[in-house]
Design a protein. Structure first.
Length: 271
């Protein structure tokens, strides 16, 4: 039986994600990617990012003033309730800048350090993913009602479709490219979606077999990690570790461990 508090937290996360997603979708200038000066498109994206985070944190502060908050754009309060909100108001900012649809609002809720609820809203795809700890993973979209998610049956690794992401630091990107070069011949193919939160939800929805990335922050992965696990996926970091900035790995059972071993062998977690 789902904890009533977790259900309450999920409902607030869903409301906040829906409102922030609408703000970002409707507030994006149509000519954002071709603005007149080099700095102005980035400035506009930053402004939208900050505005979305303020909307989310303001709603949380109004409804649950004793909770802690950790946000990508600087929101950080300790709280006294044992509940903390982990927020990425705009995951996939480059996609947003260029008008690509794969960007999301990601909101996770922790209780005593454990993620108990998560929402990832993908406004331009018309989809929202959500999960409560122990309650399965679900999505709403173009279909009627909420659909329960389940990751794909595990294929052999050489038939697995795996997504990844790349850092913006040139030296790190070069190393990541070398890891990908060595990995590609051992997989069906690699995808680069541009949003960690969406990649983890697509794994949950059976659209990917695996995912890995180095350099993620808590707000990038907290909600998507819960959604993937509640859909039956396995997640971790380096062998025996939790997902972290060093390395995040997720996959269907049967893909996760061999993918994780290869990434360890290839040194995916360091320069």
């Amino acid at each position: 039986m789902t904890d009533p508090l977790h259900t309450e937290l999920l409902e607030l996360a869903q409301e906040a994600a829906r409102r922030a997603g609408a703000l970002l979708r409707d507030g994006r200038p149509a000519d954002l990617a071709v603005a007149a000066t080099k700095s102005s498109p980035i400035d506009v994206v930053t402004e939208m990012d900050i505005a979305a985070e303020k909307l989310i944190t303001g709603l949380i502060a109004e409804r649950r003033p004793d909770d802690g908050i950790l946000g990508e754009e600087g929101a950080a309060t300790e709280g006294t309730s044992g509940v903390r909100w982990v927020i990425d108001p705009l995951d996939g900012t480059v996609n947003y800048l260029y008008g690509l649809p794969t960007w999301a609002v990601s909101i996770a809720v922790e209780q005593d350090g454990e993620t108990v609820a998560g929402v990832v809203a993908v406004p331009m795809r018309g989809e929202t993913f959500h999960a409560v700890l122990g309650g399965g993973a679900w999505a709403t979209g173009a279909w009627d009602g909420a659909r329960r998610l389940a990751c794909r049956p595990a294929p052999p690794l050489d038939q697995a479709l795996v997504s990844t992401g790349f850092n913006y630091v040139a030296e790190v990107r070069a190393h990541q490219a070398e890891v990908a070069r060595r990995l590609i011949p051992r997989l069906r193919d690699i995808r680069r979606g541009g949003s960690a939160a969406v990649d983890l939800c697509d794994l949950a929805a059976g659209r990917l077999d695996g995912y890995y990335e180095r350099g993620l922050h808590a707000w990038d992965l907290a909600a998507g990690d819960l959604i993937a696990r509640e859909a039956g996926a396995l997640t971790g970091g380096r062998p025996g570790q939790r997902p972290s900035g060093d390395l995040t790995v997720a996959g269907t059972p049967g893909v996760f461990e061999p993918l994780q071993r290869l990434l360890e062998d290839f040194g995916a977690w360091h320069d």
